[in-house]
Design a protein around this ligand. Structure first.
Ligand SMILES: [Zn+2]
Length: 249
């Protein structure tokens, strides 16, 4: 069977047997795939840092008859995120969230060129110095939108009223979108006018063109991040492991 060549981003790996790894990777040409890289845990394997999460690679692999896992033959680094990982614990946790989000949201074997281009833009941005907190929220906004469950942030979901540009809204239990002050659900969280404004910026502006000021910490647009993350967990009907680490930063 001929080898398939693909542009890919490594999402996750875990050990298999003594020396192998299972690798989840998102390809531009074939969607998300899972494969085995034989001997990848041996120092002399030749895979080296190519299997680190979020490394952009050129991969060649073989389909195996009656097997879910493909056999990964070669994996060459196109863009390494090791420098961003080395930027400290905070950067590493943020990269972990971006990788887990893609790993959980993208269905297997479904080509999604827009999501692939998004991830490449986010990784290129991080490499070029975009603040990690900004890259994370941009990625989260667009992943939710591309997967088709971005809620309407411009209208109160309960009474239908259009919200003013700077108007504060609420989100939380029982609603998918946002509610106006009068319709605020019990136990809901606040979404500031600023948080809603950032969603409009992400909708219209490439990541590289967004001013980085104010994104040094996770305080910027933390309310929008929480809303989008809650939509992700509602969609998955699962908790994301890396969210807890993100909350502890
Ligand atoms: Zn309302």
């Amino acid at each position: 069977m001929p080898a398939r060549q693909a542009d890919a981003i490594i999402l996750r790996t875990y050990p298999l047997r003594e020396a192998d790894r299972i690798v989840s990777f998102f390809t531009r040409q074939y969607g998300k795939c899972r494969g085995v890289s034989r001997g990848a845990r041996r120092p002399q394997s030749g895979f080296g840092a190519a299997l680190e999460p979020l490394t952009q690679v050129q991969v060649s692999f073989f389909e195996r008859p009656n097997r879910d896992l493909v056999a990964i033959d070669r994996c060459e680094v196109v863009r390494s995120m090791l420098a961003t990982h080395a930027g400290g614990y905070e950067s590493a946790v943020i990269l972990g969230y971006i990788a887990e989000l893609a790993e959980r949201l993208l269905p297997e074997h479904q080509v999604n060129d827009a999501a692939f281009r998004l991830l490449v833009a986010v990784l290129a941005g991080l490499q070029a110095g975009v603040p990690p907190w900004l890259a994370l929220l941009y990625d989260l906004y667009w992943m939710v939108r591309l997967e088709g469950f971005l809620p309407d942030l411009a209208h109160c979901q309960v009474c239908g009223r259009a919200l003013a540009a700077e108007e504060e809204a609420a989100f939380g239990p029982g609603i998918e979108g946002v509610a106006c002050r009068g319709c605020r659900p019990a136990g809901g969280s606040r979404l500031s006018g600023g948080g809603r404004a950032w969603a409009l910026v992400f909708a219209k502006t490439p990541l590289a063109a967004i001013a980085p000021a104010g994104w040094e910490t996770g305080a910027q647009a933390a309310d929008l991040r929480l809303l989008l993350h809650q939509r992700v967990e509602a969609h998955l009907e699962q908790r994301m492991q890396s969210w807890k680490l993100l909350q502890e930063l």
